[in-house]
Design a protein around this ligand. Structure first.
Ligand code: SF4
Length: 295
């Protein structure tokens, strides 16, 4: 296995291929955080076989901390990995007022990353369809996802990497439990309906505070979204507050919730469809303690 850094170039129209600077910053804390995140990302990639030899992966970068970190770590991994895969960062400029297009373009050029920016005005659609005071994120992100699928196909990318992390995963789990009556979180790996693009979430095991700390240490040029900051999502905020409150009493609550998602006991759930799929006719392994706990 060679750990030698290797450059990749993609012969794709519209992608900027600038020259990589000879040296990059290596602050001690950034290096420590990077190692921790690389470990958790590596585990997630392995667990779900997210990257294979020959993959061409579209990394969705929004200008937020999570996607900066995800892209940065994937580039790092690409240099060390014993398999060949290609990465191209893509940003969708959705036409939000004052979106500073040059910030991401300049950053990607300075860092020497393959990058493409796509302009599609979904902002006008969102403003037209979503009543004033309602949350815009759901429609906005659905429209963006559709664009990313199209761009991935155009560029021959079979995978799209998204920057969702552990805290997004457990927040979604809670949202679905509390508001939708469903026991589901976010899939770490998902094939789209057409079956031609796979969405992967390499940071699904990574804690948001570690990501935020690395983002601060690396001083990425963060682009905030003005549209959503004026449109609070009450359900998401409530769950965030609940988790923060729980964390005051049980500091590992998010880590434990993630652990729970990786340690499911189907026989202790009440989904008859799941029982049928797994051929469970009767639950096994009920200890006296479990039974008395339930009394
Ligand atoms: S944060 Fe902004 S860009 Fe992101 S989904 Fe919400 S409205 Fe859209």
């Amino acid at each position: 296995m060679s750990l030698e850094p290797r450059r990749r170039s993609l012969p794709v129209a519209g992608v900027v291929h600038p020259v990589r600077p000879a040296s990059s910053p290596t602050a001690q804390d950034a290096s420590r955080l990077r190692k921790r995140l690389l470990r958790s990302m590596g585990q997630c990639l392995n667990d779900f076989q997210m990257i294979e030899s020959g993959d061409r992966i579209l990394c969705a970068v929004s200008g937020g901390k999570d996607s900066y970190v995800m892209h940065d770590l994937l580039v790092d991994l690409q240099r060390r990995a014993p398999i060949d895969f290609e990465l191209v960062a893509v940003n969708v400029d959705q036409g939000h007022p004052n979106f500073p297009r040059e910030v991401l373009t300049n950053y990607m050029r300075k860092e020497g990353h393959a990058f493409r920016m796509v302009h599609e005005d979904t902002y006008s659609i969102v403003k037209e369809k979503v009543p004033a005071g309602k949350t815009t994120c759901s429609l906005c992100s659905r429209l963006r996802r559709g664009i990313l699928y199209r761009i991935a196909r155009e560029m021959g990318c079979g995978k799209i990497a998204l920057g969702h992390h552990r805290d997004d995963v457990v927040t979604t789990l809670m949202l679905n439990l509390v508001f939708s009556g469903q026991l589901k979180a976010m899939p770490p790996k998902l094939v789209n309906d057409q079956g031609d693009v796979v969405v992967i979430r390499p940071l699904a095991y990574a804690a948001e505070d570690t990501i935020a700390a690395l983002a601060r240490a690396r001083a990425y040029p963060i682009i905030p979204c003005e549209l959503c900051s004026t449109q609070p999502n009450h359900q998401r905020r409530l769950i965030g507050e609940l988790l923060a409150e729980l964390e005051q009493r049980q500091p590992d609550v998010r880590a434990n919730m993630l652990a729970a998602l990786r340690n499911v006991r189907p026989s202790h759930l009440l989904d008859t469809g799941l029982w049928q799929k797994l051929g469970l006719e009767v639950a096994t392994g009920l200890s006296d303690a479990t039974v008395s706990d339930a009394d």
